[in-house]
Design a protein around this ligand. Structure first.
Ligand SMILES: NC(=O)C1=CN([C@@H]2O[C@H](COP(=O)(O)OP(=O)(O)OC[C@H]3O[C@@H](n4cnc5c(N)ncnc54)[C@H](OP(=O)(O)O)[C@@H]3O)[C@@H](O)[C@H]2O)[C@@H](O)CC1
Ligand SMILES: [K+]
Length: 653
């Protein structure tokens, strides 16, 4: 029996949909797989931590931990190197274990592999949840310092005094970081209506700035500002929000259930200057919001609340000493967490305010986690790993056969350019799946280095595992994942080595350091130590200081000539768009045809279950008409008889 007991359920409990019987076998496999995946992820976290600890100094360790924690892009090489290395080391059979040293070209990978070897025996016996969870906590909790109320005020003065910052400048960055953190947890697709409650001080100012950015991120903010001030900075912030048509509401108009009008609340009432107990009208508001972090908004009528810097009403150093009972699920600490944050046990704790200069860090002995990339916020405190609850609604676009290019390479080119324009991290990162002659598949990320009508190219060490797989079988599959665009491209085909002139040309276009690295690195073989590699590097560097380094014969390019290309665009409710193009040879030329233009299987089942579907077939093609919320859509599927039959069976189910 399904129930609606999640901590953040939709406002109206959805109708219980019976699980399709056709999914039974998948579900059984799924639960086994989930259990395995759960073990894999906790073990991986444990190994990441210990491996990193064993090979890196503390600075690198912190960066890597934070990077592994914060990065979700499959194209992110460091993340993948660390994660994939750990997964294999902790969970695979000894056969896999022997191949640990083959993870990558960099020496760091080798060191990690060596670390995992030492780790393996320990891991093999410590698979209990407890041990794994402890390991995960250790990996997640950065070494961080907390501020007293006095220190927080002193930093404020220092920043806006000798260090030359203005209050509006800091407030802008602080408010932006809060909006960014909210976007990480509560996406506008589900949490669009935001109530921002602003107090009389700078914490309230952060709330206004946050509300403005939330508007531009796709939310609909409403402001409650009970105690106005005439200061020009605040008047300007109010005017800016009025110009965006953000409604302002009186505190008296707020009543339970707040969930009728709002999906998330931002508490910007008081920050680090708060003292005593909240005075009217804030006392009633704090009382109204006083629910625990794990309560169900549908039951309490209180949407999840995000507190800026400190949960309002809490003592800045001692936490909820007045027992307000206000325990929000999310806190965004600014500059550095205040002592009260030690008493915050909600699932989402972030640090924002990416403006702290080294002078402040030194003077106040701050220990802060690094912000990843260009991010304005960083998660601190252990992340909540409810993997089963991790899902996004895909709403970035649609893929219509009519709009797609007839030539798949042209279509790939369009999407690749979109990925570049969308600033996707390493848009040319692609997973390369190979299989050995005895049928063992393996997968890793590499960089696409060119594509045209003849195929997709990359370069590697011919002696690596992928290199030998490709030489043995001549087949591979590529997959690109562009998260911001919610798009995936899968390409399958035959693989051949590039002509040596082409590999030469690319090799010599690389930076000299990379050339030497390729020549010095005997990939997929165990090296005695890092210094062996470094010595080899130095030797080659000296030898070829003034002359061209010849391309090693063991290094070069591959080209995959595509036979099947599938373009996948995520859509809401898992009714994804897929366009599969397969190659067929006519008398005159290789041509491409649309093989399939349909939803994913589950999507088709859902479509069948929830909306009218009609089918007509003539033995060659199947015309499926589906009423979706965007109108009636027709899909023509050209199939081989067996697949065609299974689709008819599926529709008839
Ligand atoms: N680097 C930084 O440091 C940065 C800090 N920033 C932000 O500034 C925040 C600190 O701002 P802040 O100093 O203006 O004080 P804040 O906490 O907003 O409230 C003070 C107001 O609350 C009131 N009040 C107090 N007690 C009360 C009670 N019991 N009951 C009712 N009211 C009470 C008091 O009113 P009064 O007593 O004057 O009537 C006063 O007006 C900080 O937390 C962070 O968010 C960022 O913007 C930029 C970078
Ligand atoms: K607050």
């Amino acid at each position: 029996m399904l129930s609606c007991k999640s901590s953040r359920p939709p406002l109206n409990c959805p109708k219980v949909v019976p699980r399709p019987s056709a999914e039974v076998s998948t579900t059984v496999c799924g639960s086994m797989r989930q259990a395995a995946v759960r073990r894999l992820s906790v073990l991986a976290a444990s190994v990441i931590n210990s491996q990193i600890a064993s090979v890196c100094d503390s600075g690198v360790r912190r960066s890597l931990q934070s990077y592994a924690q914060c990065s979700s892009s499959p194209g992110n090489n460091t993340h993948n190197a660390v994660t994939s290395g750990s997964l294999t080391s902790s969970c695979s059979a000894p056969y896999e274990f022997q191949h640990l040293a083959s993870f990558g070209t960099s020496s760091l990978h080798r060191d990690l592999a060596r670390g995992s070897r030492a780790q393996f025996s320990t891991q093999a016996v410590s698979t209990s949840e407890k041990g794994a969870n402890m390991a995960f906590q250790a990996a997640s909790e950065p070494d961080i310092s907390y501020l007293t109320q006095k220190e927080a005020a002193a930093i404020d003065e220092e920043l806006m005094g000798p260090l030359g910052f203005s209050v509006d400048q800091l407030m802008e960055l602080a408010g932006l970081s809060v909006a960014c953190a909210i976007y990480e947890v509560y996406r506008p697709s589900e949490y669009r209506r935001v109530l921002v409650i602003c107090g009389p001080g700078n914490n309230g100012g952060d709330g206004f700035v946050c509300a403005r950015h939330l508007h531009h991120f796709g939310y609909a903010p409403t402001i409650c500002y009970p105690k106005r001030t005439d200061k020009p900075l605040y008047k300007g912030l109010v005017t800016q929000l009025e110009a965006l048509h953000a409604p302002f509401v009186d505190p008296e108009s707020l009543s339970l259930p707040l969930t009728d009008h709002y999906d998330v609340i931002v508490d910007a009432m008081f920050g680090f200057s708060f003292k005593g107990i909240p005075r009217p009208p804030f006392d009633k508001i704090v009382k109204m919001l006083s629910v625990g972090p794990d309560t169900n908004p549908a039951e309490t009528g209180v949407p999840p609340t995000v507190s800026i810097d400190i949960p309002s009403g809490w003592d800045v150093e001692k936490g909820d000493v007045e027992t307000t009972g206000f325990h929000p699920p999310m806190l965004v600490s600014l500059t550095a967490p205040k002592l009260a944050a030690k008493f915050f046990h909600g699932p989402h704790h972030f640090l924002g305010g990416r403006f702290v200069p080294p002078a402040i860090v030194e003077k106040f002995h701050l220990r802060l986690p690094p912000f990843p990339g260009t991010s304005q916020c960083v998660r601190i405190g252990p992340a909540v790993l409810d993997v089963a609850a991790m899902r996004l609604s895909y709403e970035a676009g649609a893929l219509d056969e009519e709009d797609a290019a007839k030539d798949p390479v042209e279509q790939f080119s369009r999407w690749f350019n979109d990925a570049v324009a969308a600033n996707i991290h390493e848009p040319n990162g692609m997973s390369l799946a190979t299989v050995s002659a005895d049928g063992r598949p393996s997968n890793r990320f590499v960089l696409l280095k060119g594509y045209d009508a003849d195929g997709f190219k990359w370069y590697t060490n011919y002696g690596s595992r992928k290199g030998s797989d490709l030489s043995e079988t001549g087949r591979a599959a590529l997959a690109f994942w562009w998260p911001g665009l919610e798009r995936q491209v899968r390409i399958e085909g035959d693989v051949e080595k590039l002509p040596s002139e082409e590999s030469d040309a690319y090799f010599h276009s690389r930076p000299k350091g990379s050339q030497i690295g390729a020549a010095a690195s005997p990939q997929s073989s165990v090296v005695p130590s890092r210094s062996t590699l470094e010595d080899m590097y130095k030797q080659l560097e000296a030898e070829y200081q003034d002359k061209e380094l010849p391309r090693p014969e063991t290094w070069g390019g591959f080209r995959l000539r595509p036979q099947r290309i599938e373009f996948w665009q995520g859509r809401p409710s898992r009714l994804h768009d897929r366009l599969l193009l397969t190659e067929w040879a006519s008398v005159h030329a290789i041509r491409w045809r649309v093989e399939d233009r349909t939803f994913g299987t589950i999507g088709l089942i859902c479509a069948y279950r929830s909306v009218p579907v009609t089918c007509e077939h003539d033995g060659i093609s199947l015309r499926v008409s589906i009423d979706s919320h965007q109108g009636r859509k027709h899909h023509v599927l050209n199939r081989t008889p067996s697949i065609f039959l299974s689709i008819v069976v599926l529709i008839g189910w």
